[in-house]
Design a protein around this ligand. Structure first.
Ligand code: SF4
Ligand code: SF4
Length: 89
């Protein structure tokens, strides 16, 4: 089963309070912007030269936090009862 197929089997209960926040000032000084490449659901995108982040589809893998050399990411799990649930469908 490939990633695309696996992603059809997850459900989200989105918390409107973001569980991940980024410091865009630090992002502007980031040379390689690795978050653009590691997030499996492309929550980090580049728009007009700026990193734009959305948390709603987060799989809670933690990869962005690990690769962010600038420590620009404030990361936590969603509040209890929110976030991703696996193995549906
Ligand atoms: S890796 Fe960190 S500092 Fe660099 S663009 Fe992504 S969130 Fe910003
Ligand atoms: S924790 Fe994983 S899925 Fe969530 S934003 Fe970071 S890289 Fe993407």
């Amino acid at each position: 089963m490939d990633l695309e197929e696996k992603l059809t089997r997850v459900r989200f209960r989105v918390d409107l309070t973001p569980h991940i926040k980024i410091d865009k000032d630090l992002c502007r000084t980031c040379p390689d912007q690795p978050c653009l490449y590691v997030c499996p659901v492309k929550n980090y995108v580049l728009k007009q030269g700026e990193i734009v982040f959305s948390w709603q589809g987060c799989l809670e893998c933690g990869a962005c936090r690990i690769v962010c050399v600038n420590k620009a990411i404030e990361w936590s799990y969603p509040r209890g009862g929110y976030g991703v649930s696996w193995r549906y469908g």
